[in-house]
Design a protein around this ligand. Sequence first.
Ligand SMILES: [Zn+2]
Ligand SMILES: [Zn+2]
Length: 346
Amino acid sequence: MIQAKGYAAQDKSSELAPWNFHRREVGPHDIQIAIRYCGVCHSDLHQIRDDWGGATFPMIPGHEIVGIVTNAGTHVKKVQAGQWVAVGNMVDSCRICDNCRQGLEQYCTTHISFTYNSTEQNGLPTYGGYSNIIVVHEDFVFTVSEKLDMSAVAPLLCAGITVYSPLRHWKVGEGHRLAVLGLGGLGHMAVKFGVAFGAEVTVLSTSPAKEADAKALGAHRFLVTRDAEQMKSAAGYFDFILDTVSADHAFDPYLALLRTNGTHIVLGLPSEPATFRLGNIVFGRKSMAGSLIGGIPETQEMLDYCAGHHIVADVELIDMKNIYVAFDRMVKGDVRYRFVIDMATL
Ligand SMILES: [Zn+2]
Ligand SMILES: [Zn+2]
């Protein structure tokens, strides 16, 4: 076993604190990674507090992982020691269901091994990226171009792929009017990708103060959702709304902004069931859709696209010990646009 250290929650009411644990030995197809950066995702906080139920402890969160290969199994060909690599939301899946065979591991119907608060295929618990070492099967490790700023690559592994995948699935691009609802970790990446894909991008936000930020990220237009006049003038305007809001919210006001055949794509997981008037999708043949992260091939495709187009996240680098300062600011939406832990400070 490999001795490792991380920040773990021992139960749902305790705070993250240093914890020593073990990673498995490097098998023939495994890659051992010295973690250098880990992004702070809102779901990390939800999971350590067991907001969604079913949490298992001790729990080390973190699924936006970038690091350097320190050891590779005898059969590993894709990387060498010293190379930068990344790990996202998943560390394994059943590999044989229809979805896994199509590279849609995120929709595995049998057993997804999420990076933390989950189990390996052999049933042992998984521990995430708020730690110094991780051992992952090579099929779930991504290569990263060294041209990119590695701390700013980390959020691509969850925030990035979560918006990239639906934009690709619905073929959003030139000639489309894309609305991005919410300008946080996901939203700011949605603006960058939407603009790169050639769409006309509008940020929808409750806060007029975010207009300058939205435009600085490349958004073409900005709409204050609390302004009834602006909402009215945008009725029937958009082809797609990418909804990154994870808090409970109304849907009818946004469905009104879609043109005929428009699609509202939900990415967040509000705790309450969604309610909206079915008439608001029946009239206009509109769709209410959802999307979860992205598969393994698509995540590598996204990282390669980012390398080719110099796209990374906007990040604030923090020390591990300041994680609760980051959580507090994240909950208030006070971050441009993703906190990333410098794992050298662990
Ligand atoms: Zn995440
Ligand atoms: Zn599967």
